[in-house]
Design a protein around this ligand. Structure first.
Ligand SMILES: [Zn+2]
Length: 502
């Protein structure tokens, strides 16, 4: 940090004052921009040919990574990559500096991740040389970028529904990585093809181990870690409650004892077979995802017990023992448990009035004895609030906390700013069933900017939508898409009615 000097601090202050990292506007035109907005980004209106990139990095694999991806992005006109010597020891794990002038591009980045981030930024401002029928070279604005994230955990939660297709999951993983998020939770909704319990999912489940392996390889290469999820409490149907489906019971009714009688929504916590099954499933999924450092166990929106065995026991104890058992399995695999927050606070408690609360006295009591290594994912999808008291509560109880917004732009901004000021672990944004259309671009745009630098002032104007569309198109090129259905924000040019005005 010491070499960041007064000059850098001044630059930051000016950049923040001028609208937080917006690249300098050229006269009467649309200026280039980078998402998430860098801490310092000074771009000139002058463009220079993109023919040489000198990279100083302490990671031996960084040059190889750069050459491989630049070739993928720029084809025949790939700029030459040169390793150069410079002091990079002072740079953080995800921090980079980039100078672009007539001599070429100079990048300083200690780690391969920081090299990725520098090149993701460069890709967003480099454009084809003008004046030819076909691409005949690349140009980029001259300038200076100095950049590092303000939050360490920058995650996105992605759903894999029965009707989701693997390319849609892949596109989100690629977009999240391109926008410098470093974790993606992938939640199967009756779609994980398990060997331990093949009957648990729909018979035509598409989240096969082969697909997971393919997506994990892509994610690792792009610098984002995939985290698996299964629901170990409510949502045992692996379907949205409105859908009224049950991925297990609609096809295999003989497994009813594993679930509470009321719609099979909760797992039956008093049945020892439930615990055995879930522990085996956690192990199987965790292995399929290559043993990542986290595992999400869901835990939201459960009902009261409806079977006589569960109902006759102190539910706080049953709930606590169940979560402890899940957490023990996850800990033994070298990972940390993540869990939604809403069952852990009591509905009716005035402290949480107006926020998301689904817990009872029993679940809130059980929670107080939870192992403190569990990460609490505090979700709220509404309009901005002046404070988010449950984030502070979980933190004060000794837990790591992630703030989890959805698709309300102003709400996301307020939550991320609050989370940053509260000094919690980071942000895990959600997409749910809105991973296309207007929601797709506003979610990824807003989240990535606010996770990277919550002090930035952003707006969701038409120009930014067009920028995100450009980035999604670049990802389509990387995926070698040829099907029009897989291009752009909607499957079809005329989207279904509910989305027409959305
Ligand atoms: Zn039960």
């Amino acid at each position: 940090m010491k070499t960041f000097s007064i000059r850098f601090v001044l630059f930051c202050a000016i950049a923040l004052f001028a609208g937080a990292g917006f690249c300098r506007a050229a006269n009467d035109s649309i200026e280039p921009a980078i998402f998430p907005r860098p801490i310092l980004c000074e771009l000139s209106a002058d463009y220079v040919p993109l023919v040489k990139i000198a990279i100083a990095s302490a990671d031996a694999d960084a040059i190889n990574w750069a050459e491989r991806h630049l070739k993928e992005w720029y084809g025949k006109q790939t700029p030459e990559v040169i390793a150069h010597q410079a002091d990079v020891a002072y740079l953080g794990d995800e921090e980079y500096e980039m100078e672009i002038d007539e001599q070429g591009v100079k990048i300083k980045a200690r780690t391969i991740q920081a090299v990725r981030y520098a090149l993701y930024s460069l890709r967003q401002i480099a454009i084809p040389k003008r004046g030819t029928l076909e691409v005949g070279g690349w140009i980029t604005p001259k300038g200076t970028i100095k950049d590092k994230p303000q939050m360490n955990f920058r995650g996105i939660h992605i759903c894999w529904f029965h009707e989701s297709e693997p390319w849609e999951v892949e596109r989100q993983i690629r977009l999240a990585a391109y926008y410098k998020m470093n974790y993606a939770v992938v939640e199967p909704w009756g779609t994980f093809k398990s060997n331990v319990a093949p009957w648990l999912s729909w018979p035509d489940a598409t989240m096969t181990k082969k697909q997971i392996k393919r997506l994990k390889a892509i994610a690792d290469d792009l610098g984002i870690t995939l985290i698996p999820q299964i629901n170990v409490f409510g949502h045992a149907s692996q379907a949205r409650s409105l859908a009224g489906k049950h991925a297990t019971l609609d096809i295999s009714p003989k497994y009813q004892p594993l679930f509470e009688p009321l719609a099979g929504w909760n797992w039956c916590l008093s049945n020892p077979e439930t615990r055995k099954l879930l522990q085996a499933l956690i192990n199987e999924l965790h292995e399929a995802f290559g043993r990542p450092p986290y595992f999400h166990i869901g835990g939201d929106e459960a009902n009261l017990p409806s079977c006589p065995d569960c109902a006759s026991q102190p539910y706080s104890k049953l709930f606590l023992e169940h979560i402890e058992a899940m957490n023990e399995t996850i800990s033994s695999l070298g990972a940390r448990t993540m869990m939604w927050h809403d069952m852990l606070i009591e509905r009716g408690d005035p402290r949480w009035s107006g926020y998301v609360v689904n817990g009872t006295k029993e679940t809130a009591e059980g929670f107080l004895k939870f192992p403190r290594d569990i990460i609490i994912c505090d979700w709220y999808y509404g309009a901005p609030r002046p404070s988010y008291p449950s984030m502070d509560y979980f933190k004060s109880q000794g837990f790591s906390v992630l703030a989890c917004p959805w698709n309300v732009t102003n709400g996301t901004i307020a939550q991320c700013k609050y989370a940053h000021n509260a000094g919690i672990m980071g942000v895990l944004g959600t997409t749910w069933h809105r991973y296309f259309g207007r929601d797709m671009w506003t979610i990824y745009y807003t989240l990535s900017n606010m996770m990277w630098n919550p002090n930035v002032n952003i707006h969701t104007g038409e120009t930014n939508m067009l920028r995100v569309q450009t980035h999604i198109r670049q990802i389509g090129w990387d995926m070698k898409l040829t099907n029009p259905r897989q291009a752009g924000l909607y499957y079809d040019e005329i989207p279904p009615e509910p989305f027409l005005n959305n």
